[in-house]
Structure formats: structure tokens, C-alpha cells
Design a protein around this ligand. Structure first.
Ligand SMILES: [Fe+2]
Length: 264
């Protein structure tokens, strides 16, 4: 079994800074401490919005922070708050572990919130899928593949996600490698700052909570979650089995209560 740790939406800011009253560096550390306390990741997925201040020094601090807790192979996927040119310190290549490949889809556009999966983004993933002989594939991207029920978030999700998934998995692509078809087992993403579980083109899709504050589920407008588990930074474990089965669960850093200053 391969243990994959997903961290997402870390929103790190310049040194000693806060984001809406939250020390996002400290909450990331709390997440990594909690996640790695009892388990050793075989791979780490960082699914975007890793920096809120997208400066090279902030990305270097992100990497150094992760490396304090794990040496596992890391794949970083950019989010809407990230700037690709500033992220060069971060590993972004797809991973191959055992019978699995973890393949990253770039759904971001620098300094623009909505998902933007370009033809180049699609063809890069198609080439990776066609080239790998991995038996099973986990796809990762920043933006959600499904609506989460919050209109202000849902307008920025990946549009036509069903068609995109069918294209990427080869089911509607002429010339697709026969191996490509049916090998994608699940998709994981970020951006929603909350636990998400759904299906897209009949594939299981999962969103992970942020390593800082969460968004209030089903809110019509931007709102920070102040209820239950939503008050804590989170992460997701994904277990990849040799036979292609995927199990997953969300964890929380319960020693780090988020107390945003928004309501004052
Ligand atoms: Fe985002």
C-alpha cells in the first residue's frame, strides 16, 4: 500500500505575516506535525495556493517546512494564488511509485481565480498518461471537478469537467493509448477549503481541507467556517492499493483552532 499525504491551500505569506488573522505558516506546521506523527508518507501532493504572497522566498520556505517533516517525493500543482515563475524551487514533475503514477493537471492561470485548463495543459497530461506504463493513476489538480454547493466557489471550478475527464482518460479521444483508458482511479483537488467527496465522469473525486482556514460549506458568499471540524486546519491521506483500489480520509490538526478576525 502506498500512503499519499495531500496538503493544500497553505496560503503562506511573507515572513511573520498573518492572513485574515491566521498564522498560515504555523497552521501548516501543525498539519505536518499531526499528519506525520503516526504515519510516514510515501508521497506528498501539494495541490495549489501554496503561497498567498507568491514570492520565491515564500515557496522556498514552503519546501523547507515540508522537508522538516518528510523526505517523501513531492509533487506541487499550482493554484490561482500561485505564480508559476516564482515556484521554480518546488518539484512539479509527476511521480511514479510502484504500480501507480501521480499525474498533475495545471488548472491555474497566474493572478486569475477561475480554473483555466488550456489545450497545452490537457495535452501535457495526455502525453504523461500515454507515456507511463503505470497500471493505476491518481490525478491531481487545484480546482474542483465538482460543485461543492457554494455558488461563489462553484463558479470557479473546472468547467465541463466531465468532458475533460473523459478526454484525459481516453474514453473520448481517438488515438488514445489503449492503456490510458480506464487506468485513472481517482482525482484529488484543493481550492474549496473543505472536505469534498463526489464523482465526476464516474470517477471518485476528493477535495481536501486547507492547511489554514476552511470556507463555510454551502455559503452563498465568502465566509470562514467557524463550526465543528471546519475550525481546524486539515489534510487528506490517500491509500493506493496495488490492485488499484483507493481509500482516503481527512485528518485535522486539532491542536490549532482557527480564530479568524473576520467577524470583528
Ligand atoms: Fe484556490
Amino acid at each position: 500500500m502506498i500512503n499519499v499525504l495531500q496538503i493544500t491551500d497553505c496560503h503562506l505569506v511573507v515572513e511573520d505575516g498573518l492572513l485574515i488573522g491566521v498564522d498560515t505558516q504555523a497552521s501548516l506546521e501543525a498539519v505536518l506535525r499531526q499528519a506525520t506523527a503516526g504515519r510516514t508518507p510515501d508521497a506528498v501532493i501539494a495541490s495549489g495556493d501554496l503561497a498567498h504572497d507568491p514570492l520565491p522566498a515564500v515557496y522556498e520556505r514552503f519546501l523547507a517546512t515540508v522537508r522538516q517533516y518528510t523526505d517523501a517525493p513531492l509533487v506541487c500543482t499550482p493554484g490561482n494564488h500561485d505564480v508559476l515563475a516564482a515556484m521554480s524551487a518546488l518539484p512539479q514533475n509527476d511521480l511514479r511509485i510502484g504500480s501507480w503514477a501521480i499525474v498533475s493537471l495545471d488548472s491555474h492561470e497566474d493572478e486569475s481565480t477561475p480554473a483555466n485548463v488550456t489545450a497545452d495543459d490537457r495535452s501535457r497530461v495526455q502525453q504523461s498518461l500515454d507515456a507511463t506504463d503505470a497500471e493505476h493513476i491518481l490525478l491531481t489538480a487545484h480546482h474542483p471537478f465538482v460543485a461543492v454547493g457554494a455558488p461563489w466557489l462553484d463558479r470557479d471550478r473546472i468547467q465541463n469537467a466531465e468532458e475533460l475527464v473523459k478526454l484525459l482518460t481516453g474514453r473520448s479521444r481517438s488515438g488514445a493509448n489503449a492503456l490510458t483508458i480506464g487506468r485513472v482511479r481517482a482525482i484529488v483537488f484543493g481550492h474549496a477549503h473543505q472536505e469534498v467527496s463526489g464523482r465526476c465522469a464516474n470517477l471518485p473525486v476528493y477535495g481536501a481541507p486547507s492547511t489554514c482556514f476552511q470556507f463555510k460549506p454551502h455559503s452563498q458568499t465568502f465566509a470562514i467556517d467557524d463550526y465543528g471540524d471546519g475550525r481546524y486546519p486539515g489534510f487528506r491521506w490517500i491509500e493506493l492499493q496495488a490492485d488499484g483500489a483507493v481509500t482516503t480520509q481527512v485528518g485535522r490538526a486539532k491542536d490549532f483552532l482557527i480564530e479568524p478576525l473576520l467577524k470583528r
